[in-house]
Design a binder for this molecule. Sequence first.
Ligand code: ADP
Ligand code: ADP
Ligand code: MG
Length: 474
Amino acid sequence: MKRIMIANRGEIASRIGRAARELGHVAVGLWTDNEPDASHLACCREWVRLEGRSHAETYLNIPRLVALAKKHRIDAVHPGYGFLAENGDFAEALAGEGIVFIGPHPRAIRDLGDKAVSKTIARKAGIPVVPGSAGAVKSARSAVEAARETGYPVLLKAVAGGGGRGMRICRDDKDVEGQFEATGREARAAFGNGDLLVEKYIENPHHIEVQLLADRKGNVFHFFERECSIQRRHQKILEEAPSPFVADDEALRQNICAAAVHLARAVGYDSAGTVEFIVGSDRSFYFLEMNTRIQVEHPITEELTGIDLMVCMIQSALGDDLGIPSQEWITRSGCALQCRICAEDPVLMQPAPGKVTGFATSFPQGTRFDNCLYAGLEVTPDFDPLVGKLVTKGIIRAVAIRKMAAALEGLHIAGLKTNIALHKEILRNANFLAGRYSTSFLDVERPQDLIKPDLEHESLYRQLAAIEAARMGM
Ligand code: ADP
Ligand code: ADP
Ligand code: MG
């Protein structure tokens, strides 16, 4: 029995707490002055106050988190995603105190966290990478040179970027010259590193990624692919597994999965992680980046394979046996979908802060809802707008979609503007239903334009009625 501290909040903190409990460990949750009633505390055996309100004072505060871990005799810390999940200094500071970081070793975090360094590693390992500059470009001039050599259009991309931020599309020299300074400045402010790289901008591609799990004994397994092309602002909002684009192309699936495993072996990877690829309409695939953490969309892979990735990630870090005898033993069945439920305007797709006054659910059989909702939850502008992840599974894709449509109908959140209406429109779109979509889906198909404002009002009334009914135990 180990004492596991959760250095995060929101739905992922609950997810970690539930997995730790299942393994018989003591989950220690943190609460801040912003969120003394955080829902993840219900999934923990002990609660510790993390003083402060801003992220810098709390979940990004390495000295304070390490001191709390020492004080509360913590054996291992899970960082979740975001915050310090991909911070090599945090992993190292914990290791210095003899505390296990539930993630990969610090060198993997650092090398793979830099998009320029990770591309070099991938290229050396013989994996195709998106064409572009060899490493970071240091001036607007060398950026223009790299862009010409690569061929327009290109992306100017922050090497330390994440969450879809720090990227600009440039269609000519003037764009690169005009955007270089500002993109670098923004990257420095957001990620503490202003370095940029130049990359070929692939038009209408697919974002396809491979879930990996490695242990500290040298085993690396893959759990097939996820299709994450439904995005706004370069960030995913709906994911599915398997990819309808890969579909029955077993050769493509095996090649992408083998490339991901190969990269993990090349860096001696030893935890859960994801290798992201950009796949062109001609089915050529390129390494994009590796995320050295558990990802937001891991539940669909769990539903697809029946394997609890969070449990395995904790076991791996503690040096325990994963109980996975071989790669062949890992199989997939059916199809799983995830809709990210965000506090955002469904039409503008921009964050809409607010306060949850109540919520009620009535889901079809087999629905999973990982969330951080409670009456009183306040989503402020600097909080992650993600409040829940609705996950459905079907023996075939059509069933998973049907269940998701019903689940969205049965999810009522009062007091908060959410993107539920957007998800409903996506699920009604003919090209989505046919599995024909790329990362330009929302720009081209514009399902958001079909959302009627009056419909929103009507659903608000229904939401309130349903929540009242739930409160009365009806
Ligand atoms: P995933 O790749 O798991 O789908 P996202 O790109 O949606 O992840 O990011 C997951 C969360 O982590 C989001 O809340 C995002 O804002 C945050 N995040 C990701 N990378 C970074 C980063 N480099 N710096 C700060 N926050 C990040
Ligand atoms: P982040 O660290 O923010 O997740 P990524 O490099 O993974 O950044 O890219 C996020 C998304 O941006 C991708 O899923 C894709 O939609 C888009 N993107 C990134 N690089 C390219 C590229 N070279 N060509 C086309 N789209 C890209
Ligand atoms: Mg990414």
